[in-house]
Design a protein around this ligand. Structure first.
Ligand code: NAP
Ligand code: F7E
Length: 379
């Protein structure tokens, strides 16, 4: 752009408004319904100072707002968007103690705003302040067993919380592109194998029921108001940043504790349950691709391979040179009131339309998680 003489024309494929303090620098022209703006900038103003250049750079950067940025997926997505040159804001809820361990390494590159999915005005305010081009809704009560203990709160977060965000978009700027974190848990007692975007839902937990609401309200706002709203139906995805209550991390952490002499056994629930497990770092790429399409849509994201909890445990113990049968004990108290026995996804649509495919295999994922926990406990 600085090669041009009097003016520089910058085409930016995003739909944000220009920050107020940068307006004197440029004139803005909209083209197309979505995601395209032209900014005409006086070259003389570009040369003024580093501060101006910095402001101009920021205003031409696409802006993303991530709810749930302190969670597993939020931290990987923030990394990905920063790498892609986004101006990234994370929405965080207030806690008496900061809970930023997963985003500590990004803190100087991320902006954080306080808001809560339970509080409509805080969401409207967050959108007005950040004026995002893309909004990724990853915040949720995501642990399935807790949804039986707190079914109403789960619905407030995972169902009505989605409506609150969509309403905020409707009020603040309908051009904001929206990603909703839907879940394979919605398939529950599966109607077909493998599951696709067309498979009917039969959720088996209050979490799954709430996510079905979140999915359909996203579809409904797309159909009712023409919002660019996408629902990613993601199958289980894991990483060394996974919460320790989820079975994969519970196992990798358990293996490391046993190996380091800090525990003698590991109690698990249903060892026969099967899941289609992928790597979270691969899955956040699919989220981004969904919001770059010309048309909004819903996509199943999965590896297409199912493995049992027992298989995960066997591989994980073997990685540390241990025999799973000596340490794993089945505890009926850890079984769920209604189980999802077997999930396996068919992500042909995502592979064809988005060009997405997972890079990390199941054995690589197990090794990555066990190695990370062994290293962390060994420090
Ligand atoms: P996670 O690690 O449990 O993170 C959840 C995030 O939501 C945390 O940042 C949490 O903030 C935030 N949050 C919870 N309640 C909130 C509220 N009321 N207001 C604002 N923020 C709130 O979950 P994840 O594994 O990253 O999953 C991300 C999303 O994908 C979730 O919606 C989950 O349901 C969905 N999903 C996950 C998977 C999977 O296998 N990981 C599969 C399908 C769908 P705090 O740090 O303050 O608690
Ligand atoms: O359980 C069985 C358990 O808690 C997986 C969330 O990210 O993915 C996740 O939900 C399976 C279940 O994940 C233990 O019964 C056996 O069959 O790791 P999990 P989840 O319930 O599949 C979906 C897609 C989401 O959307 C959710 O947010 O493992 N299992 N023994 C156990 N599970 C746990 N947690 N602990 C055990 O001791």
């Amino acid at each position: 752009m600085v090669h041009m003489d009097a003016t520089a024309l910058i085409t930016v494929f995003f739909n944000a408004e220009i920050a107020e303090d940068a307006r004197p620098l440029c004139s803005l022209r909209w083209r197309g319904r979505y995601h395209r703006r032209h900014i005409r900038v006086r070259r003389s103003s570009l040369d003024k100072s580093n501060a101006d250049r910095h402001r101009l750079k920021r205003l031409t950067m696409p802006r993303a707002l991530i709810t749930g940025v302190t969670g597993q997926d939020g931290s990987y997505l923030a990394e990905l968007l920063l790498e892609k040159g986004y101006d990234v804001t994370g929405l965080v809820r207030r806690a008496s103690t900061e809970n930023f361990a997963r985003i500590e390494h990004l803190r100087d590159r991320l902006t954080l705003v306080q808001a809560d999915l339970l509080d409509q005005l805080s969401l409207i305010d967050a959108l007005e302040r950040t004026q995002p081009d893309e909004l990724y809704n990853l915040a949720a009560m995501s642990f399935v067993p807790s949804s039986w203990q707190q079914p109403v709160l789960t619905a407030e977060f995972d169902a009505i919380g989605v409506t609150r965000l969509l309403e905020a978009i409707r009020l603040v700027n309908r051009r904001i592109r929206f990603y909703q974190a839907s879940s394979s848990e919605m398939f529950g007692q599966v109607r077909e194998v493998p599951q696709t975007e067309a498979t009917p839902f039969h959720p088996r937990s209050p979490y799954g029921v709430a996510k079905v609401y979140g999915h359909f309200i996203t579809v409904n706002y797309r159909e009712s108001y023409g919002l660019f709203a996408c629902s990613g139906i993601l199958f289980n995805h894991e990483s060394p940043r996974r919460g320790r209550e989820f079975v994969t991390r519970k196992i990798s952490d358990g293996v490391a504790r046993i190996k380091h002499g800090r525990a003698r056994a590991l109690a698990l629930g249903n060892l026969d349950a099967q899941r289609d497990w992928g790597f979270a770092g691969d899955y956040v790429q699919a989220m981004w691709h969904m919001l770059q399409q010309t048309e909004p849509g819903d996509y199943v994201i999965a590896t297409g391979e199912a493995h049992s909890v027992r298989e995960f445990a066997e591989l994980a113990f073997a990685r540390a040179g241990l025999d799973c049968r000596e340490f794993v004990r089945e505890d009926p108290a850890l079984r769920r009131p209604a189980e999802v026995d077997h999930l396996i996804g068919n992500s042909t649509k995502a592979r064809t339309v988005l060009g997405w495919r997972p890079a990390v295999t199941f054995p690589q994922l197990v090794d990555m998680m066990v190695d990370a926990d062994l290293a962390a406990l060994g420090r």
